[in-house]
Design a protein around this ligand. Structure first.
Ligand SMILES: [Zn+2]
Length: 173
């Protein structure tokens, strides 16, 4: 998952390679787009910028590896809470999405998402109505998430501690 903390496609642009990934926008928002040749020019002019792009690629790979392991061993309740926690980091507490979409993103049946969402809503952690999900209690959601949530947050902190903005520090504590 990539949000306002990252970039997608930078390594392909730096190496002039073809992107092999299908990218799905989970939540609508603003993004900046840069032509690959412009990014390459900037990266060669600004070594710190290039280093930042490479660092993010490392973080992204670590996140992908953690997610692969997570999908294999952690239950859907913990994985859903991990996903909600990451979404909260990336876009905040209000998410416009359907349970069908969440199920597709998590690779599970819609009925499983309905069961978990019902339990989370019953516990007062989220509210959900007609495609609008509001995260009510992020701290309790994080306690319920699998350890992959902390692992990904920790990877991010270790990679970007020196360049984090104050705003991001608040979100990543
Ligand atoms: Zn996990």
């Amino acid at each position: 998952m990539v949000g306002n903390d990252g970039v997608f496609g930078a390594s392909q642009a730096l190496d002039d390679k073809v992107s092999l990934n299908l990218v799905t926008v989970q939540i609508a928002g603003k993004a900046s787009v840069m032509a690959a040749d412009r990014l390459r020019a900037l990266a060669s002019e600004l070594p710190d910028f290039k280093a930042l792009l490479i660092k993010y690629e490392q973080f992204f790979l670590a996140q992908v590896q953690q997610t692969a392991a997570c999908n294999a061993v952690h239950d859907i309740d913990a994985r859903t809470c991990k996903w909600l926690s990451r979404m909260h980091d990336l876009v905040g507490p209000d998410l416009l999405l359907t349970q069908e979409f969440v199920a597709r993103m998590m690779g599970v049946r819609r009925t499983s998402v309905t069961t978990v969402a019902g339990a989370l809503q019953g516990a007062g952690l989220i509210s959900y109505s007609r495609g609008r999900l509001h995260i009510v209690d992020i701290e309790r959601i994080r306690k319920r998430a699998c350890e992959c949530d902390d692992a990904v947050r920790s990877h991010f902190r270790r990679m970007f501690e020196a360049v984090e903005t104050d705003t991001h520090k608040d979100r990543c504590v």
